[in-house]
Design a binder for this molecule. Sequence first.
Ligand code: ZN
Length: 204
Amino acid sequence: MKIIAIGRNYAAHARELGNQVPGEPLIFMKPSTAVIDSGRPFIYPPFSGDVHYELEVIVEISRRGKNISRKNYLEYFDRISLGIDFTARDLQKKCKEKGRPWEIAKAFDGSAAIGQWIDQSSFDFQNLHFELLKNGKPVQKGHTAAMIFPLDDLMEYISKFFTLEPGDIIFTGTPEGVGPVTPGDHLRGLLEGKNILNCEIKGP
Ligand code: ZN
């Protein structure tokens, strides 16, 4: 499986990192070794001193798709959840300055926490509220209606370049409020008020 993730898909978050709002989706990938299964801890990596959380709504692809038309996008996933796109912000900053790809900052082992999967048919994907609590305190609040590129556009765009296969996961971007984690922190993700993601930060 692969993870396809979207950068800068919420205008306020693009601005908080000093980035332009993109004219077309910004895509990067994470390999299967990035996945942290539901409830497992994040192990703080020794190569970074500034790992950030980014809470995102995620979907799991259920059907092979290439050149998906946006009007059929609902046929390609059955389950949704929340994920955390852990980002080594210090490494990402260096990569950006040097014009290099982001993989070491975004796709390292254990950089993608996954919550419990929920049947998507019980929700309207374009109208989901989600929230991240760090040590019980709200730090990020998002609403999928605020995406710059909604999921139907994203699936059409992504599948032009990459065949989507069952088990692949799309991370749909993070709203504003990203920030650092330190060992001992506990992250909780809420989707429509329901706690479906839990992740403890542990030291190396
Ligand atoms: Zn992200």
